[in-house]
Design a protein around this ligand. Structure first.
Ligand SMILES: [Zn+2]
Length: 233
């Protein structure tokens, strides 16, 4: 663990750093094992960890999940997600954000997963997850969407959105028509996907949702599907 990384971890957790001299192992032991570079990959994810500390480091236990975690759609998928949150692989600041600021909605089988802004209120994101009958697949896609929610900045609520051009799969096509910098949008999308896959893998996701190279192709595949649906080349 580098000194820079350690100092950043201490700052994020509002922990006073150890006083010199100390070894890399002591530095590592001073910070919780769940605090990894993947979890601190973005300003937004670091801010969310600090917000959790400032809230008193709440624990996401069975009572908190029952009271605060909104998951609509498949009952089977809901219990899968709740049990995974209770299993402890998703670190406390992330599981707290997921139950406090996201709502999960399971939908039909072709959408795979999406992390979209919520209309307003307590929930900042709606995590759309394809409700297939493969538990590992459903759980992994959900963890990937949870990772997006933690890594991305807080979205503008949908009801305050002035332009929809940049949102969703069809939004990419609309953004191009509006003269947006498409290369910048593509670079951003590829980075978002690879960061989410790395973090989801740490939380127990497997397969494509945890594969940074596969998910980095996702935006281009989604765009190609949208163009094909519109009859564009
Ligand atoms: Zn993704």
């Amino acid at each position: 663990m580098t000194r820079e990384w350690y100092d950043q971890g201490c700052a994020v957790l509002r922990l006073p750093p150890l006083r010199d001299p100390y070894s890399p192992a002591q530095r590592r032991a001073h910070l919780p094992a769940w605090l990894t570079p993947a979890h601190m990959a973005t300003t937004a994810s670091r801010d969310k960890i600090t917000a959790w500390v400032d809230a008193g480091s709440p624990v996401t236990d069975a009572a908190a999940i029952a009271r605060r975690f909104l998951c609509q759609g498949s009952v089977w998928a809901a219990s899968l997600f709740k049990n995974h949150l209770l299993g402890g692989q998703v670190p406390p600041p992330a599981s707290w954000y997921v139950i406090e600021r996201t709502a999960t909605l399971t939908v039909g089988r072709e959408c795979k997963g999406q992390c979209i802004p919520s209309p307003s209120g307590r929930f900042r994101r709606i995590l759309q997850v394809d409700d297939s009958d493969d538990a590992a697949d459903v759980l992994s896609v959900w963890l990937h969407e949870c990772a997006h929610a933690v890594l991305l900045p807080e979205p503008v609520p949908l009801d305050e959105l002035e332009e929809v051009a940049y949102y969703g799969v069809l939004g990419v096509v609309a953004a191009e028509a509006a003269g947006a910098d498409m290369q910048a949008i593509h670079r951003r999308a590829v980075l978002d996907e690879s960061q989410a896959a790395r973090l989801a893998r740490e939380w127990g996701a497997i397969g494509f949702a945890a594969d940074p190279e596969f998910t980095a192709e996702g935006p281009a595949l989604a765009e190609a599907r949208a163009r094909a649906a519109l009859g564009e080349p």
